[in-house]
Design a protein around this ligand. Structure first.
Ligand code: GDP
Ligand code: MN
Length: 389
């Protein structure tokens, strides 16, 4: 779960990492009031879940009210690489002597937390890593021991931080590590971590991703997911307790069991198709749950064909068939006379599969195609999706 800058900064300040005072606003008038509260000069910042806002014109300094009006007016509603700006963060502007970079993330290969630091902040850090890797310090942390002050000081020193701010940078690194660890983040990044002319060290930006599966341990963070930025179908699925992940293809996928759904995505990709979603109907799905899942899949307007891949165990194939039939009845009622459903390819195998297939045969649902194996199902659905295009 990715957080907006201002939300990340809230977590930072909870852990003693210095940030500038600011306010989040949604209109020009609010921006003007916020600027007066935090004090001029201010910086007007687009709040979207994508980096590079500065380059896109989504971060502007303002010395007075008329500039705040101008910038807030132009940034609100702006499109930054597919993300519409609906919120602004108005922050008291900082004077900058140096721009550093700091992050903590999980290095999955090393199975350890990785702290990184560079004095080449503010710019594209991937470029630093690629062209001048010696300027990016990478330090693996013992997850049980945590990041000690000695280690943090060494990271700052090795990275070439100015000698008078080594302690300040070490404090920031330790606080950032604490954010990452205690908030169950998967990424905590500051770019830039600035040094002010007064030699203060402060986070000017925040990029934090939280582990959604650990959110239950953090009641304070549960309100942070930004409803407007979240995929609306994913949000509905979450409310219904369905495991759904939006993908960017055009073939809707439903299976039971996460492993089966993942292999279904693979075979569809292998057959040359692009899945539109991951949907795990779960074990023991009854007809009502299947009907709900069909509605979720079809509410994605890009879906051109759907693949049902059910391996009956606890889930009974006759229940799945009943769910599909119920969903079609409702769709037909909503669609009226000219109703023309998109193709469904259905593979039922396992508990009560014969009954399930018989129910489907009797129902004679329009545009529903049985398949005997997973590969056959994948090829069929890819062909049908292409015909729809
Ligand atoms: P990003 O482009 O999405 O990474 O947004 P940032 O929050 O990192 O801001 C982009 C750039 O704007 C920073 O690298 C700074 O150079 C500049 N900037 C942001 N806030 C301030 C500020 O308070 N004062 C000054 N002088 N520059 C700022
Ligand atoms: Mn940044």
């Amino acid at each position: 779960m990715d957080l907006l800058e201002y939300q990340g900064k809230q977590l930072f300040s909870r852990h003693g990492l210095a940030v500038s005072p600011g306010r989040v606003v949604t209109s020009v008038e609010e921006a003007v009031a916020a600027a007066a509260e935090v004090g001029y000069p201010v910086v007007v910042k687009a709040q979207v879940l994508i980096g590079g806002r500065g380059k896109a014109g989504g971060v502007k300094l303002a010395d007075d009210e008329s500039r705040v009006r101008e910038h807030a007016g132009s940034i609100l509603g702006m499109d930054i690489r597919g993300h519409t700006v609906r919120k602004l963060w108005i922050e008291h502007a900082s004077d900058i002597a140096s721009e550093y970079y700091a992050s903590v993330l999980l290095d999955r290969q090393a199975k350890q937390p990785l702290a990184m630091f560079s004095t080449e902040g503010g710019v594209d850090i991937e470029e630093v890593a690629e062209k001048t890797p010696e300027k990016l310090v990478r330090h693996h942390v013992d997850a049980l021991a945590g990041l000690s002050r000695e280690e943090a000081v060494k990271i700052a020193t090795d990275g070439g931080a100015d000698s008078d701010v080594i302690d300040g940078v070490a404090d920031a690194l330790m606080a950032l590590y604490e954010v990452w660890m205690q908030e169950d983040a998967t990424l905590a990044e500051i770019n830039p971590l600035i040094v002010t002319p007064g030699r203060e060290v402060r986070a000017l930006d925040a990029k934090v991703s939280l582990d959604g599966n650990a959110l239950y341990r953090h009641p304070d963070n549960q309100g942070l997911s930004d409803a407007e930025n979240e995929d609306p179908i994913e949000r509905r699925a979450k409310e219904q307790g369905v495991q759904y992940v939006a993908l960017d293809g055009d073939i809707g996928i439903l299976g039971n069991g996460a492993g089966l759904v993942m292999s279904t995505l693979d075979v569809v990709a292998q057959a040359g198709g692009k899945p539109a979603n991951f949907l795990d109907a779960g074990g023991g799905s009854d007809a009502a749950k299947i009907k709900q899942a069909v509605e979720l899949i079809l509410s994605n307007v890009r879906v051109r064909a759907v693949l049902f891949n059910i391996f009956g165990g606890i889930t009974r194939c006759d229940e799945v068939a009943k769910g599909l039939i119920a969903a079609f009845e409702e769709l037909k009622a909503a669609g009226g006379d000219g109703w023309d459903p998109i193709p469904f390819v259905v593979r039922l195998d396992g508990t009560n599969d014969a009954q399930g297939r018989e129910l489907l045969r009797q129902a004679a649902l329009p545009n529903v195609h049985p398949a005997a194996t997973m590969n056959e199902a994948a090829e069929k659905v890819v062909t049908l999706a292409k015909e729809q295009g």
